[in-house]
Design a protein around this ligand. Structure first.
Ligand code: ADP
Length: 707
């Protein structure tokens, strides 16, 4: 029992101890918990403080920025991805006249924009959705319908997960600036169009003046060819030189105003510089006339090819400079040198030097002369005339072609103008044919291809009507330049070229056609002129023209000319046209038309008699001659040849007459039977070609006479 009690007591003791221990642990844990709790509270407090601080800062910064924005008069508007207003700031509301409540949830585009501006804003909104910001100008409607211009800076808005939730636009009212800008643009437009109108007027005027002026000049030329008293001649000379002067002035002004109003543009195309220079040289050789001035040109042998550039402009530039050089040089040399100064790939920069041995230009005036209307001094103007525009135009033309010009000169010694222009080399060689008088008798095509260069409308009509009658459809050129252009485009069988034309005259055009690469270097060119002076004729032949028609000419003269220079068969047979039959008869062009015309002077009765006599009597004599030759009867051969000799010429076979003369001469010597046989063989061959033609001509004449 006691044992049991003791055991119990021990057990109790143990449990008491254990409880005590547990209590102490518990106590400690509670203490720890309390501590932790304290720490947590402290942390919490700290956090709250920080949050409060942050949000205060945030609010402060928002207020600050808002103030800045308000002060900057920027209207902020936030829209969601569908363009619906999420927020409208005060200034924006002030700017547009809406309250924020009126705008919330509304489609901003619908409220503020017109249809065409919607497209602009849609594009901008797409950019926003892609996260791009942008600045643009826009006109928007206020609530009261008034329109204002705003500069908008738009940027995307993001949520906390970086998703785009809309965009914010900062609007700045720029109506005042915009109005000012528009006013300025408008004012400038008005000023520009006034200026343009002035230049246009100038260009039109000079053009309009040119037409009657050309008539005046043309008429003075015609008057010169009439019978004049010395006094009349003197007055006319003054009239002509004044008219020429006026024309120069008008042309300069026209060019100048064309350049100024931007109507003149560089038009590059393939051209032949070698020919251009050759033409220039020849043209000016004609122009120096009585002065002992030699005109020369020299081209860098590196240049063999066709180039690409504006040849018309180059020609104008060279004409100005060489023209001046000749004007201011009383004796010596005027020359043009061309050299390659730079060559890169296909591009070649050329330097042109136009030099003279003339009066020279004082140093201090050398810059001045390139200015508009500037000349060296009054005396020069009095003595040499001119407008002072030539070099100003020349300089502009060169600069338009990416070149530059300068001058070196010494008083009394001479002047050298140099300029550069880059050209492209085509790699194709320029083909310059020699300058022999062309002889071209064949052509292709059904009708004769005729180019008529004539500036006078009456004359153009007249020639055109005649040619149409003969089924010829001519190409018409109104001046020499047009004629030159036409010869580059197609081949002609004959060119009828008026001499007196504005700008490029018939001589200059012919020189150019004969000397530059084109399809008509060898085409016969017939000069048409009111002047029958031999001086003009000689000049025409010397530069490569082939014939001469004096105005006014009769239809028959033109037809004869065509027949002479192109194959007659190819011209539609006049027999087909009854009206023409009465007016004119034309022989086959293979016959010597000049001789026939001189011989019969249009007397067809006589001509047809001669033709039939030839066929009936002369031809059998030819057979007889053959027999005589076979038997080597020299004296009889000589007599027979002598007798029949003129008969060939009478039917237009003058070349056989020449043969017969040779045969007669040989027979006189009584030795050369071989030569006689050879000559006779050639006669027979020619006859085999011409007998059918003669028979046809006879029929033609008889038909003509019967009508
Ligand atoms: P203009 O129509 O008067 O010739 P330009 O502009 O062509 O006008 O030339 C202006 C002036 O420059 C001329 O009047 C002349 O005084 C001078 N000048 C031009 N070229 C030469 C030259 N080769 N020799 C001497 N003086 C020249």
């Amino acid at each position: 029992m006691e044992k049991q009690l003791a055991m119990l007591q021990r057990r109790l003791e143990r449990e008491r101890n254990a409880r005590k221990q547990a209590e102490s642990i518990l106590e400690q844990k509670a203490l720890e918990l309390f501590k932790a709790n304290e720490e947590l509270r402290a942390l919490n407090e700290d956090l709250e403080n920080k949050i409060a601080e942050r949000s205060k800062a945030l609010v402060e910064s928002e207020i600050r920025y808002k103030r800045i924005i308000e002060n900057m008069e920027l209207g902020l508007l936030e829209v969601d991805n569908d363009g619906k207003v999420i927020r409208a700031y005060d200034w924006f509301c002030d700017m547009t006249g809406y309250t924020e409540n009126e705008l919330l949830g509304k489609d901003a585009g619908n409220v503020f924009l017109t249809q065409d501006q919607r497209e602009l804003i849609d594009a901008q909104n797409d950019n926003r959705k892609r996260g791009q910001a942008g600045v643009y100008e826009l006109q928007i409607k206020k609530k009261n319908g008034e329109k204002i211009w705003v500069l908008i800076s738009g940027a995307p808005m993001y949520d906390t997960n970086d998703n785009i939730i809309g965009s914010v636009g900062v609007h700045y009212d720029i109506t005042a600036q915009k109005n000012l800008q528009n006013d300025l643009i408008e004012a400038r437009k008005v000023a520009e169009s006034a200026q343009q109108a002035e230049k246009q007027f100038l260009a039109n005027m000079s053009h309009e003046i040119r037409t009657p002026l050309n008539a005046v000049i043309g008429m003075t030329h015609l008057l010169f060819d009439t019978k004049l008293s010395p006094k009349q001649k003197e007055y006319l000379a003054i009239l002509r030189s004044s008219a020429d002067l006026l024309k120069g002035l008008i042309n300069d002004i026209l060019d100048f105003s064309k350049i100024e109003s931007g109507q003149m543009e560089v038009a590059p195309r393939e051209f032949d510089l070698i020919g251009l220079l050759k033409s220039l040289e020849k043209t000016f050789q004609l122009k120096v006339e009585k002065k002992p001035v030699e005109v020369r040109s020299r081209l860098d042998p590196q240049i063999q090819n066709m180039l690409i550039g504006d040849d018309l402009m180059l020609n104008q530039i060279l004409f100005n400079l060489v023209g001046n050089a000749i004007k201011f040089t009383s004796e010596g040399v005027v020359g043009v040198n061309v050299k390659v100064i730079d060559s890169k790939d296909k591009m070649k920069t050329l330097q042109f030097d136009v030099y003279d041995t003339g009066i020279g230009i004082p140093k201090k005036k050398q810059n001045l002369i390139f200015q508009d209307f500037k000349q060296v001094n009054k005396e020069i103007k009095l003595k040499y005339g001119g407008t002072g525009l030539g070099l100003a135009i020349t300089k502009r033309l060169i600069e338009m072609q990416k070149g530059k010009i300068w001058v070196e000169s010494e008083i009394g010694k001479g002047t050298r103008f140099s300029f550069t222009i880059p050209y492209e080399d085509t790699g194709r060689e320029a083909i310059i044919k020699n300058n022999q008088l062309p002889k071209k008798l064949t052509f292709i095509g059904e009708h004769c291809r005729v180019l008529v260069a004539e500036d006078n409308i009456m004359n153009r009509k007249y020639i055109n009507t005649l040619l149409k009658k003969w089924d010829i459809n001519p190409v018409m050129a109104h001046d020499g330049q047009e004629a030159i252009e036409a010869t580059k485009k197609q081949e002609f069988d004959i060119i009828l070229m008026d001499i007196q034309m504005p700008e490029v005259d018939g001589f200059e055009a012919t020189i150019s056609i004969r000397n530059t690469t084109n399809l008509n270097q060898k085409t016969p060119i017939i000069a048409l002129t009111a002047s029958a002076l031999t001086k003009e004729k000689d000049k025409a032949f010397s530069i490569g023209m082939n014939d001469f028609l004096s105005k006014p000419f009769a239809p028959i003269e033109l037809l004869r000319c065509l027949n002479k220079h192109v194959n007659q068969e190819e011209i539609n047979n006049p027999n087909q046209n009854q009206e023409d039959m009465e007016a004119i008869f034309s022989f086959n062009a293979k016959l010597d038309l000049d001789y026939l015309e001189d011989c019969y002077e249009g007397d067809l009765d006589y001509a047809s008699d001669m033709f039939s006599i030839f066929i009936e009597y002369t031809l059998p004599e030819v057979d007889h001659l053959e027999a005589l030759i076979a038997s080597k009867k020299y004296e009889e051969i000589r007599k027979a040849a002598h007798k029949m000799k003129p008969a060939f010429a009478m039917v237009g076979l003058t070349h056989i007459t020449d043969h017969m003369a040779a045969l007669e001469q040989t027979a006189k010597e009584k030795t050369e039977i071989n030569t006689i046989e050879l000559l006779f063989k050639e006669v027979k061959e020619e006859l085999s070609i011409f007998i059918p033609i003669l028979k046809q001509e006879l029929k033609k004449m008889q038909a003509f006479i019967n009508k």
